[in-house]
Structures are given as C-alpha cells and as structure tokens.
Design a protein around this ligand. Structure first.
Ligand code: DVN
Length: 244
C-alpha cells in the first residue's frame, strides 16, 4: 500500500495536466479542456524525436494569438530583462505573456509510441533531436506569434554578445521571416547594453537583420542601458514609450 501510494504521489507531482489546466484557467477561464486535448494530440503516441512543428497546428487554431498592434515584443538572449519588464509594466506582450506561452513556459513534455500518456521525464532535450515535442511547440508558436505582429514591432537584443542577431536563434530563423509588411510597419531594435558593450547598432549581424526584413518594414536601432530598462520597469509613473 505504502509503495503504491508513494508511486502515485510521485506521479502526481510530475503531472503536467493539472499545471496546464490551472495556468490556463487562471489566464482565460474557458475552453481549457479543449485546448488541452488539442495540445496532447500533437505528441501522444509518437516517437518523441518525430514530432513535426505542424503537429501543433490544431493547438494554435484552438488558442490563436491576438494581433496586439504596437505592443508585440520579441527577444533573443535577453529573456530575464524582458520578462522582468513585461511583468512589471503593461506596455508590451511577449509570447510568454500569451495564453499558450504562459501555460507552457518552463515545462517539458513528451509522449511514447504505444502509450496515450504524457511524460515529463526521460524526454529529449532541446538539442538531442530537432523534432522534439518542446522545441517543435516553441517553433510553431513563435511562427504564429510573429505572423500576428502588427504596427510597430519591438525586439530586445543583447549588446553584450558578439552576434546579437544570431542565425540559429528562433528570432532570426523563424520570427523575422514571418513578419509581414502588410501588418508590421516598423521593427524597432532595442540593443540592451551593460558596462561591457560588445555590440552596438553598427554590428554586422544587425545589417543582416535589416536586409532580411520584408520590404516596407522600417528598421530602427537604439542602444539602451539595461539599468534604464530596469529603472523604467520599477517606475509605475513612467508611461509606455518614454522609457527609452
Ligand atoms: O522572440 C522570442 C520569443 O517569441 C520566443 O519564442 O522566441 C524568441 C526567443 O528565442 P531565441 O531567439 O532563440 O532566443 P534565445 O535566448 O537564444 O533562446 C530562447 C529560449 O529558447 C531559451 O531561453 C530556451 O528556453 P528555456 O529553456 O529557457 O525555457 C530555449 N532554447 C533556445 N535554444 C536552446 C534552448 N534551450 C536549450 N538549449 C538550446 N540550445
């Protein structure tokens, strides 16, 4: 009995469904069981290295991204400063501030051939195989989030590394390619700097970024100290748009 109870509790602790549903219900309140079903069908009963990005199409259809014009924020190698900012100030929306992004942020999951269960341990890591359930989800969600981008779009890149716009990043390999000039009018690069500035707005990788943009999207780049972004985040009186 105690062994059975112990295993049951341990299984309970690692279950993803209660986490998924409680996060989802806090966010939206409705349709969460339907969204869970759409999520699960992407990877259950599959080889966890053979889940293509398209497997999540029904999930994206069940919980589509709203176009929030002038408020969408992308990022690459700036996760902590960006989410500290969006948590404290209601100026921008990142993928991780949307229903699907917030529900799945930080979670690991996979299925197994011949099983209808969801597993949270023994799953392939990000780089173990390309078509793993977690990576395919973020790739699919990032594409859909970028397709919805409209008006002035902002990206926070890291000025403390040599290549702020890295070709292997999700931002470079997926999101930039999905920005469409009929909806997105501007791309404003905020290059976040600290005392060790490695890259400024003349960085060669940013020339590549400008070149890759859909014709008609206006490009702009500003170097902004991280301390200024943090100070603005902590100042409830600072209006959006006056932070930098
Ligand atoms: O614009 C954002 C957002 O919309 C998101 O979906 O994609 C953009 C950020 O992705 P990015 O451009 O690839 O930026 P990063 O900083 O290189 O990677 C972002 C995240 O992807 C990492 O923080 C990792 O997520 P995690 O583990 O912190 O929840 C993940 N990631 C990327 N490459 C990885 C990796 N995780 C493990 N190994 C890797 N090689």
């Amino acid at each position: 009995l105690s062994l059975g109870l112990g295993l049951g509790l341990r299984r309970e602790k690692h279950q993803i469904k209660p986490v998924f549903l409680s996060r989802c219900e806090k966010f939206s309140g409705n349709n969460c069981q339907k969204i869970w079903d759409a999520f699960q069908q992407a990877y259950v009963n599959q080889d966890p290295c053979k889940v293509p990005v398209e497997a999540y199409d029904p999930l994206i259809a069940a919980a589509p991204f709203k176009s929030e014009c002038n408020r969408m924020l992308f990022w690459s190698k700036t996760k902590d400063v960006v989410h500290d900012f969006t948590e404290k100030k209601d100026c921008f929306i990142t993928l991780e501030d949307t229903l699907l992004g917030s529900v799945l942020d930080g979670l690991t999951w996979c299925g197994k051939e011949g099983s209808s269960d969801t597993f949270t341990t023994g799953c392939p890591g990000w780089t173990d195989c390309e078509n793993n359930p977690v990576r395919s989800f973020w790739n699919r969600a990032s594409a859909a989030f970028a397709e919805a981008a409209c008006g002035a779009v902002t990206v926070m890149l890291n000025g403390s590394i040599a290549t702020p716009f890295h070709p292997a990043s999700i931002f470079a390999s997926i999101e930039v390619k999905k920005l469409n000039a009929t909806r997105a009018k501007n791309l404003n690069v905020v290059l976040v700097t600290d005392e060790h500035i490695v890259a400024n707005c003349t960085n060669p990788s940013l020339k590549d970024l400008k070149k890759e943009l859909d014709k008609g999207i206006k490009y702009n780049c500003e170097e902004v100290p991280q301390s200024q972004i943090e100070a603005c985040a902590s100042n409830p009186m600072a209006p959006c748009g006056t932070c930098w």
